[in-house]
Design a protein around this ligand. Structure first.
Ligand SMILES: C[S@@+](CC[C@H](N)C(=O)[O-])C[C@H]1O[C@@H](n2cnc3c(N)ncnc32)[C@H](O)[C@@H]1O
Length: 139
């Protein structure tokens, strides 16, 4: 049974092309620059929270990163990215999940990327859940 939040995002990705949404970017320059500046090695595990259909994952693969995970509440959004990547989709771990209800393996990721997910969490309980998932601390 899907939640209203999941239904919302499934509907977004089912009714609009990836490049028709307001947050679409052809080239995620800022994210790529920040990730590069972090000095993270190519085999260090990176997760893109709420990656949806973003091309960030394509660019990270192109840059040689080999331990990539994308988590998103929308199966449809993830499927858009997987189809675009074709055979290369198998090089990425895909998790269809609401981040606020997720139980990540401890210390599994060296870098956590979130562009435009946290700010959708308008309820304090959801923000607290996000912080617990990301940092492992109760707020
Ligand atoms: C504004 S879009 C940004 C997509 C992508 N990060 C980008 O930069 O193009 C927000 C994304 O977060 C996902 N999302 C929203 N709430 C979520 C949640 N609670 N857990 C996981 N993903 C969520 C949506 O499905 C959508 O893909």
């Amino acid at each position: 049974m899907s939640s209203p939040r999941q239904q919302h995002w499934e509907n977004v990705y089912s009714t609009r092309q990836a490049d028709e949404v307001s947050w679409f970017q052809d080239d995620p320059t800022l994210s790529l620059d920040l990730i590069a500046r972090s000095g993270i090695s190519a085999n260090a595990p990176i997760i893109d929270i709420g990656g949806g259909a973003s091309v960030l994952i394509d660019r990270l693969l192109d840059a040689g990163h080999s331990a990539l995970t994308v988590l998103d509440i929308s199966h449809v959004g993830l499927t858009v990215a997987q189809k675009r990547l074709g055979d290369h989709a198998g090089r990425v771990t895909w998790i269809a999940q609401d981040v606020t209800a997720w139980h990540p393996p401890q210390d599994a990721f060296a870098l956590w990327h979130d562009r435009a997910v946290f700010h959708f969490l308008v309820e304090a309980a959801d923000r607290a859940a996000y912080v617990r998932v990301c940092f492992g601390v109760q707020v």
